[in-house]
Design a protein around this ligand. Structure first.
Ligand SMILES: [Zn+2]
Ligand SMILES: [Zn+2]
Length: 260
């Protein structure tokens, strides 16, 4: 199967895990942590004949083997005594630093394994420089100072584009429960406020026309109110499907309230 995960696809998440556990991690621990953050599924979990583990474990074992490119290219070192503990090298740190935003974006948004895998393949192919979009950076003021200006600006463009795209008669409402901040809190406080949920990771490529990227990207976004957004991510390991949330709202959503 050519859609399986390969050793190269694991460079970035593996370097991240080795760097935060530098010298105190071995291959089986790395394998366990990689499973925890990537949540592999499908063919990658296929059991290997005559072995008591699966394809994913095999790939991680190959990745950290002395003779393979991850070690040979100098991204990590192995303990000279025990041979089993893994260390990150300066070259590994450099690689991690260069791709920190992609990694952060992929791992912090609870995307489906298939999407993460696909994007790790693109990052590893190095054919084009890719940059993440995350308009939530604009909302989270605290994150601004840790974020490159370029990402901030792209994110703002995406947010503006999405608000424009999803607005009906100059108003933008939650696409799950129809809550409208402007109607409820008044225009002065609530006008234009909305959160945006990503159903797929969104990257842009250096050589791409931004207007085209935005038109494509907006298909993987859903404007939601803050309550619905929290419900979607309540289980941080598995975001709710929008259709399920809408079905629940249709069954139970009869909340009436008058402010004091
Ligand atoms: Zn809502
Ligand atoms: Zn979300």
């Amino acid at each position: 199967m050519n859609n399986r995960i390969f050793e190269n696809d694991l460079y970035l998440p593996a370097l991240y895990l080795i760097s935060i556990n530098d010298g105190n991690i071995n291959t089986s621990e790395l394998s366990r942590l990689l499973r925890e953050i990537l949540k592999p599924s499908g063919d990658d979990l296929e059991l290997l004949t005559r072995r008591n583990d699966d394809y994913f474990s095999q790939i991680v074992r190959n990745l950290t083997a002395k003779t393979r490119s991850f070690v040979q290219n100098g991204f990590i070192d192995r303990d000279s005594k025990s041979g089993s503990n893994l260390f990150i090298t300066d070259k590994g740190r450099q690689y991690l630093f260069e791709h920190r935003f992609e990694l952060n974006y992929l791992l912090s948004n609870d995307f489906e394994y298939g999407d993460i895998k696909e994007n790790l393949k693109i990052i590893e192919s190095k054919e084009r420089k890719i940059q993440p979009f995350d308009e939530n950076i604009v909302i989270s003021e605290g994150l601004k100072k840790f974020t490159e200006v370029a990402i901030y600006e792209r994110s703002k463009k995406l947010r503006d584009f999405a608000i424009d795209y999803f607005s009906v008669g100059n108003k933008i409402s939650c696409n799950c429960c129809s809550f409208n901040f402007s109607d409820f809190y008044g225009e002065e406080i609530g006008k234009g406020f909305i959160e945006i949920h990503h159903t797929k990771p969104i990257f842009t490529y250096e050589d791409e026309d931004l207007q085209n990227t935005l038109a494509e990207a907006v298909k993987n976004l859903i404007p939601v109110c803050s309550n619905c957004h929290r419900m979607i991510h309540r289980n941080w390991k598995k975001p709710l499907e929008i259709q399920n949330l809408i079905a629940s709202i249709n069954t139970f959503g009869t909340y009436h309230w008058t402010a004091k």
